[in-house]
Design a protein around this ligand. Structure first.
Ligand SMILES: [Zn+2]
Length: 207
């Protein structure tokens, strides 16, 4: 399996292609590999991204079938099933890079900020389970000057939530913690910008 650093470079290159509107031949022809993939998969990166329809992981990184192990949930929150999915891929396939992929103007973060501003209590328990996981990372921001500027607040809240999810993956699982200690796994936080199509890797980037 390719090391995290090299896997990250493949994602960076893929995102550059996406931004400039080109697709690699490998990506375009990847469905031809469908039969070859029946025998097994070896995804080079695990992506924990938001469910937002505007941030499809394979597209923004210009990757094809069999390349990425993708977990998507609103607000890219980390619950036990997400940790379990990452553990599964890291152990079963030996994938060494995990990217937590949040994005600008995330609706789940906006919903959490709204709920913190004026609690309505009418959210379904299921939606609350998502908001409840975003809340601890973003609530402290409301105690700062940012509270006066909704746009800046949302920007920082998106980042704080990505950092919190990445940290949760690094420390919320013995299996993942051990892989990280052995240098066989890196968890990186990244933000996708809806405005430009660019992905910015900003947290835990391997040196
Ligand atoms: Zn989102």
């Amino acid at each position: 399996m390719i090391p995290a650093k090299d896997a990250l470079e493949l994602l960076r290159e893929g995102n550059r292609r996406f931004v400039s509107g080109v697709r690699s031949i490998d990506t375009m022809t990847s469905t031809i590999r469908r039969e070859e993939l029946i025998a097994g998969q070896a995804p080079f990166a695990i992506i924990l991204g938001c469910s937002d329809s505007r941030v499809p992981a394979e597209m923004v990184f210009d990757q094809g079938m069999g390349d990425l192990f993708v977990i998507r949930v609103a607000g890219n929150v980390v619950a036990p099933s997400q940790i379990g999915s990452v553990e599964f891929a890291a152990e079963r396939f030996g994938t060494q890079l995990v990217v937590v992929l949040g994005h600008s103007m995330c609706g789940a973060i906006e919903a959490t900020l709204e709920e913190l501003g004026r609690p309505s209590g009418d959210q379904s328990p299921n939606l609350r389970s998502i908001v409840g996981r975003v809340r601890p990372a973003v609530a402290p921001l409301l105690e700062t000057e940012l509270a006066k500027s909704p746009e800046a607040l949302l920007k920082q809240a998106v980042r704080a939530n990505i950092r919190a999810s990445a940290s949760h993956l690094r420390h919320g699982s013995q299996i993942l913690e051990q892989l990280i200690q052995k240098g066989r796994l890196a968890v990186v936080g990244a933000e996708y910008w809806l405005e430009t199509g660019e992905v910015e890797f900003f947290d835990g980037v391997p040196a």
